[in-house]
Design a protein around this ligand. Structure first.
Ligand code: CP
Length: 320
């Protein structure tokens, strides 16, 4: 595996889930695989879960680990090609990427969408440069449009908790005070479309996800109707993807607190489990009583972030 961006990079999904189950049951079985290998993880943005779970996974595989926070101690990096570098950015990604990759065997990159230029974000301009100029396997640790390690962990969690062969999974938009990227819902939709689940997306009009991720998923604008009979409720905020109105890309179009997942929303489900990638704003995205209930599985979901990324790193080590 040379890159991990999409569900397609995992190959056969059933085999990928079986590999993840093995990793979860045998976390230290492959320590020899990573001996004398180095994992570098590079953060352009903040992180708690991704930062810790990726380090833990690489350590479980016997690797050495280095972490670089680009905005804390490194030179400020220019990401645009063809610019006159007369501002505050001292180094270009064109040099920084091959240098960083000369120090490691696998690189993970977190680089969020700036939400100002849809074409720039949806071209995965920053992550794409790591793939083009690094020469080492690259893992998206949430890039401009995708968060595959999160979506893989989400699917592992659904597989663990499901009690029906084909559960109903609902991705619901929920309100948030700030504009957030679409990476989590994009990847969640992509992975649910590939999985054997009955998948429904619900959001206010104007928040339609990019068709390359939403695929043929059912979209239901009536949130309560969408939630009826759900087995899993996955709440997430995202800003306007700019599909129907490109000029609205990255904007907050709606703050309707009626979309907050509370007990009344969960009451119409089939005793659904509540999921969220975290961090979550309580009583904006989800009420305290729902996230604190016994049907909330946000903690085991976060714990599975180690499993998903360890499965990916292991596959990459096997193909070095
Ligand atoms: N879910 C997730 O990626 O969490 P962090 O932003 O804390 O890494």
């Amino acid at each position: 595996m040379k890159e991990f961006i999409s569900v397609k990079d995992l190959g056969d999904l059933k085999a990928g889930l079986a590999a993840a189950k093995y990793v979860k049951e045998n976390p230290f079985a492959d320590q020899a695989l990573g001996r004398n290998r180095t994992m570098l993880i590079v953060f352009f943005n903040n992180s708690l879960r991704t930062r810790l779970s990726t380090q833990k996974a690489a350590l479980n595989l016997g690797m050495n680990v280095m972490v670089l926070d680009v905005n804390q101690g490194a030179w400020k990096l220019e990401t645009e090609l063809g610019v006159v570098m007369d501002g505050d950015k001292s180094e270009h990604l064109r040099e920084a990427i091959p240098v960083m990759c000369s120090y490691c065997d696998i690189i993970g990159v977190r680089s969020f969408a700036a939400l100002t230029d849809r074409d720039y974000d949806y071209a995965e301009t920053v992550l794409g440069q790591f793939i083009r100029y690094g020469g080492k396997p690259v893992i998206s640790l949430e890039s401009a449009t995708v968060h595959p390690c999160q979506a893989f962990a989400d699917l592992i969690t659904i597989e663990e908790y499901k009690t029906k062969a084909r559960p109903k999974v609902v991705l619901s938009w929920a309100p948030h005070p700030r504009a957030l990227p679409q990476a989590v819902p994009n990847s969640f939709a992509e992975w649910m479309n590939a999985a054997d689940v009955d998948f429904v997306i619900t959001h206010p009009e104007g928040y339609e996800l990019d068709p390359r991720f939403a695929g043929n998923a059912r979209v239901e604008y009536d949130q309560m109707k969408a939630l009826e009979g759900a087995d899993f409720v996955y709440a997430k905020n995202w800003s306007c993807p700019g599909v129907t109105r490109p000029q609205d890309y990255g904007k907050v179009l709606n703050k309707d607190m009626g979309w907050t997942i509370d007990a009344a929303h969960m009451a119409v489900t089939d005793n659904a489990y509540f999921m969220h990638c975290l961090p979550v704003r309580r009583n904006m995205i989800v009420s305290d009583e729902v996230i604190d209930s016994e049907r909330s599985i946000v903690i085991p979901e976060a714990a599975n972030r180690v499993v998903s990324v360890q499965t990916v790193i292991k596959k990459m080590l096997q193909s070095l």
